[in-house]
Design a protein around this ligand. Structure first.
Ligand code: FAD
Length: 293
């Protein structure tokens, strides 16, 4: 079902993001995670896509299995820098054929481990071109989600630039957005204000990253330009090598963050699960009572 239709009803959206594993073992673990998180009755789940096109088949297979075997509403991520337009249309045709009607339209990043990598001829340079491609070829068949960056995308020189190109994606036909992870809600609220002033009116769902491994999150956060508050850094540094303590602090922090977001009227919560269920289950159980039916 199109997520945009669900959001239009004012339903609070709860969603979980997974990546397509490289190994059979990873696939088994992912589907265990999904079966645990299914009990939380998510509005939808989403599956990431390798920007270089490397996960094309794996993303499709996981999306198809979740749709057909698990029966959850699913959104496929699709990045556009690695494919000529005809290939993007083939991928989308295939999703349409199997009944997937939610796409997260992304640009993706140039693969870091391939310095000589060049986009193929006819590829899109920015996500907005993928949004236009979807609308031109498929009309309103797909619900289209786009990414947004409350602290600004690392390539954006300032927030004015950020809003200008975010608005372009919305005007091209995006139905809703999910944000990059952030740890200080003020960035999200300020971003919503800027969007409102720019007359951007689509739902913007906050992306929540539960911290369970401090070293890993520090790396992710610096790559995507998300700030970890100093007070949290100090707490985590003291227990950096104790995974149990890191998770405890990370979960407590995310619970407070989610409580604040719900109480301030956020349209939903999107959890970056990293294919694990425990932290997300704990956070969700603690805030569930605050969510409107
Ligand atoms: P764009 O919207 O194209 O923006 C990228 C940058 O270009 C921004 O700075 C923007 O301001 C600027 N820009 C846009 N249009 C123009 C223009 N016309 N002229 C000049 N500058 C312009 N990556 C993956 O590889 N796979 C995934 O599955 C994935 N999932 C994600 C899910 C979410 C919720 C988020 C927030 C990010 C995800 N990413 C994923 C990361 C994303 O691919 C990167 O952040 C990428 O660098 C930007 O993608 P985008 O779609 O936001 O790009």
């Amino acid at each position: 079902m199109k997520i945009s239709e669900i959001l239009k009803k004012g339903t609070f959206s709860v969603s979980f993001e997974f990546f397509p594993p490289k190994t059979q073992e990873g696939v088994v673990q992912l589907f265990e995670t999904i079966s645990e998180l299914k009990n939380l009755k998510p509005t939808f789940v989403s599956v990431t896509y390798g920007a270089g096109g490397s996960t094309r088949d794996r993303t499709r297979d996981v999306v198809k299995r979740i749709h057909e075997e698990v029966g959850l509403n699913v959104m496929a991520h699709l990045t556009c820098i690695a494919h000529p337009k005809e290939e993007l249309i083939d991928i989308l045709e295939d999703y349409k054929r199997i009944g997937i009607d939610n796409i997260l339209a992304l640009r993706g990043d140039v693969p870091r481990d391939k310095p000589d990598w060049r986009p193929p001829d006819g590829a899109c340079s920015y996500a907005v071109e993928l949004v236009r491609l979807i609308r031109n070829h498929f009309g309103n068949y797909f619900c289209v989600c786009v990414a947004s960056y409350p602290e600004g995308h690392p390539e954006s020189p300032n927030m004015e630039w950020e809003i200008r190109f975010f608005k372009e994606k919305v005007e091209a036909g995006a139905d809703f957005s999910i944000t990059q992870m952030f740890f200080d809600n003020r960035y999200y609220y300020e971003f919503l204000d800027l969007c409102q002033k720019a007359n951007i009116n689509i739902p913007i769902i906050p992306g929540i990253m539960p911290i369970t491994n401090f070293k890993q999150i520090k790396k992710f956060a610096s790559m995507c330009g998300a700030t970890i508050p100093q007070s949290l850094v100090e707490k985590l540094e003291k227990v950096e090598d104790n995974p149990k303590e890191v998770t405890k602090i990370g979960v407590e922090f995310a619970i407070k963050q989610c409580e604040d977001l719900i109480l301030n009227g956020s349209p939903g919560l999107h959890f970056y699960t990293l294919n694990r269920s425990k932290a997300t289950l704990e956070i969700f159980s603690a805030v569930k009572h605050l969510i409107r039916e």
